[in-house]
Each structure stands twice: as C-alpha cells, then as structure tokens.
Design a binder for this molecule. Sequence first.
Ligand SMILES: Cc1cc2nc3c(=O)[nH]c(=O)nc-3n(C[C@H](O)[C@H](O)[C@H](O)COP(=O)(O)OP(=O)(O)OC[C@H]3O[C@@H](n4cnc5c(N)ncnc54)[C@H](O)[C@@H]3O)c2cc1C
Length: 472
Amino acid sequence: MAEMALNSADAAFVERLRTVLPDVAFTADPAGFLIEPRGRWTGQGVVVSPATTDEVSALLAACFEAAVPVIPYSGGTGLVGGQVLEGGPVPVVLSLARMNSIRAVYPNENVIEVDAGVILQDVQVAATDAGRLFPLSLASQGSARIGGLLATNAGGLNVIRYGNARTQCLGVEVVLADGTIWNGMSRLRKDNTGYDLRDLMIGSEGSLGVITGASLRMMPRPAEEATAMFVVPTPAAAVSLLALAGERLGETISAFELIHRQGFDFLAEVEMDHKRPFAQTPEWSVLMKVGLPKGQSPQEALEALFEAAGGLVLDGVIAQSGQQAQALWDIRETIPEANKRVGSISSHDISVPISCVPDFIEKAPAILAKTGDFRINCFGHLGDGNLHYNVFPPEGRNRAEYVDLRDAIKAAVHDLAHSFGGSVSAEHGIGRLKVQDLETYGDPAKLAMMRAIKDALDPRGIMNPGAVLRAK
Ligand SMILES: Cc1cc2nc3c(=O)[nH]c(=O)nc-3n(C[C@H](O)[C@H](O)[C@H](O)COP(=O)(O)OP(=O)(O)OC[C@H]3O[C@@H](n4cnc5c(N)ncnc54)[C@H](O)[C@@H]3O)c2cc1C
C-alpha cells in the first residue's frame, strides 16, 4: 500500500465544505473540543457538526478526496487521547452533537434505536420511560455519547451483569472513510450472514469509520435493588466474597467494586469528602449492587450474604433507601475526579483473570518501590478483573517532579499485568496513549490483521490517524 500524505483542513478546503454542506454547523470557538478530560493534550482542528447521516457521508467524501484527516468526536470524555490530535495536518473534528434524536423505541422487543450523538443519560431516561433499563452506566454518562461509547466499547459499573457496550448493541449505522453509508441498524438477535462487521466497528475508536446510529438492547428493570458496602480484610477475601456472592445470587449481582482506603483519603484531601459509612476508614472495601425480580428482597439477600461470609467480611452497611444507596455510589463515582485533582503520575486501566487480582495487588507495590516512593490508588471493577491502578506522588509533592519516572512506572504496571495474561487496556481503549503498548504487548498476528483491515477500509489513512494504530 503506497503511503499517502495527508493535507490540512486549510481555509480553501473549509470554504469548499461550506459550499458543499450549506446546512452543516461550523463551530466558531472550537477550544472545548480540543482538550481532553485529564488535560494532557491539546488538539487542533476545524470543528464541524453535521445533523444527518447524509451530511456525514458528504463530509467524509470531501475529506477523502482531499486526503484531510477526520477525528470523530462524541462527548470528548475518552481517557486515551483518541479524540484529540496534537500535531500533523489540521484535521476536521466531526462532532456528533447535533445527531441526538431517539429514532424509535420497541418496548416489546427491548430495542431502542438512536442517533450516535445521543448522550448516554438520555438513552437511560428513554429506556426508563419505556419501562425498561439501558444498563450501561459510567461516571461520564452525562456527557459521553453513544457513538463514542460504542467506538471505545465502554465498560463501567454494570458489566458483571450486563456486559460492556458491545453487548448492549444489536446493530450500527456507519459511514466509511470514502463516504459510503453502511446501514447495519439491525434489530435482529440472530443473523449469521457473514463477517460480524458490527463488532469490527465497536471498539475501533474512529479509525475505521464514523458510527452515526445504533440499535441498542434494553433489559427488563429489576423490580428491587439494594446496595451494600462490605469491609474485607484483603483483596483475596474480596475475590472469595465475589465467588460466594455468585453462588448465592447468580446473575443478579449488577456491580462489584473494590475500593482502597486511598480513594477515601484523596476525597478528603481535595475537599470532596462524603459522609463516611464506617467510623474507621477500611483498608479495603467492596461496594456491590443486587437487583431482584418483584417480591424478593435484595436487602435480605445481602444480609444473608453478610451472615454467610464469616471472616471474609469484617463489617458492612446495607443501604435501606435509594438515597442511602446513592450516597454510597457517590463515594465510588467521585473517586476519579479526586484522582484527577490530586494528579497522578501514571494511571492504568488493567485487567487480569479475577483469581490473579490479589497476586497483582500484592506484587505491584513491591515492584514500584524499586522506582520510587509513591501513593497508589487501586480501585475498580473487581467483578470484571478490571483495576484502575493509579500511581501518585507522595503527599505535598507535585506530579511534575516525577515525569521522568512515568515510563518506568507504566512499564512496571503493564509488564506485571501482561505476566498474568492480562490486558493493558481493559475498558478505555488504545487511543493515542497506548499505541506503543499495543505494539509491545499485542499478538503480532492480531496487529497484522488490524493493519490489513485498516488499509482495506481506510486506504488513504484519513480516519483518526495515529489512533489505535501508528500513522504510516
Ligand atoms: C469521569 C470519567 C469516568 C469514566 N468512567 C469510565 C468507565 O467507568 N468505563 C469506561 O469504559 N470508560 C470510562 N470513561 C472514559 C469515557 O467516558 C469512555 O471512553 C466513553 O466511551 C467515551 O465516550 P465519548 O462520547 O466521550 O467519546 P469521545 O471521547 O468523543 O471519543 C472517544 C473515541 O471514540 C471515537 N469516536 C467518538 N465518536 C465516534 C463515532 N461516532 N464514531 C466512531 N468513532 C467515534 C473518537 O475519535 C475517540 O477515539 C470515563 C471518563 C471520565 C471522564
């Protein structure tokens, strides 16, 4: 495949776009689209917001012809730099914000069809209005949009029961690099007609095309839900508790989160403290949610689990109201913001087989201690073997003093996860941040297949160049 130089979206090109697409909105002040949540990169680009799939198609066809790069942009909450391009030719940043309609709801089929620019929270509300549940749930749900969530195959809190974004999706509508529209908005549960292109697009992070619509799976709402926070003596006890909970409660467990004391301490440090559930902040705790059909009491089920757990649980609180449950979840959901304010040297989104989690948590600090003295906030989705393992400077010190150690810290954490057969990106994706990691830890045959697919679907390399795969 011959290399093709990319061109900038210069004034002449933008003028041409305005002529071809008179109804498309051009954002006069693009600053908000060119930063990312952790403030690590500042992008560049001409922000264009089409309102229809046909406009996306015309926009991509024009970019393809002129070899101008395109960065699909949904909520801008991605944590791996996939939505911002810092250097190189000036791209078109294609915002999905104006494509924000719920297209159709089929309650009897448990299906909802949406534009890719609909915000996750709005899909949740639409599902609730239809008496159903759209179970994808993450702290960024007030901003993240369906296109971005599918493009990154987002995870979040309820994966243990409902799976990640991929599992919630029955079909997608995608515009390819040259403007071709693929209508894959299927509501079918079964369809074995060739390659699964939906699953190819999910998790492709804008490197193969733009997702413009999605047909999503809704679920019955559990009639009764309850939340508990249990103090566990060790991560190993937390894993045993997960197994015990699985035996007793099966698939009714919709979240199982591990929290280390450091998370509570950071909340206090940045003055975001919540009412603490225990007089003494536990070293390790588990936050879990259970949802049961009508007539069964999830509170009673959690109490019975507490009784059966013996030494696996040292103490516990079971929320007696929705308000109390929310107060517990507020703790968990504000920890990422507290982390951001404290400022990590290096953050990691790793997964290992669930039974290896205790070993990982025991070994990692000892390995990191060879590099320096750090504070570690380890928390995350234990039910999925997914830990957010974030490394911070000692109290009173600034992360800027530690930038030279960042690569060594990252390599130590990722090498350890890899040694357990784990992943260096459990749910955030590759973006631009982890391209090198994918090359280091990825299977060479997989990388070769990915490159072949990219070259076939995006022969000019305009789609999100440098994200997922290195730009040629
Ligand atoms: C506070 C906070 C908490 C978070 N918690 C979680 C969590 O628990 N689990 C989790 O998985 N993630 C989490 N994230 C990360 C982030 O919210 C997810 O990655 C989310 O899926 C990104 O969606 P978005 O709409 O913001 O996408 P964007 O940030 O706009 O884009 C992300 C990537 O997808 C591409 N893209 C965007 N739209 C499209 C499209 N329509 N077609 C093709 N490609 C597209 C972009 O080019 C980019 O590469 C969190 C982020 C924050 C800030």
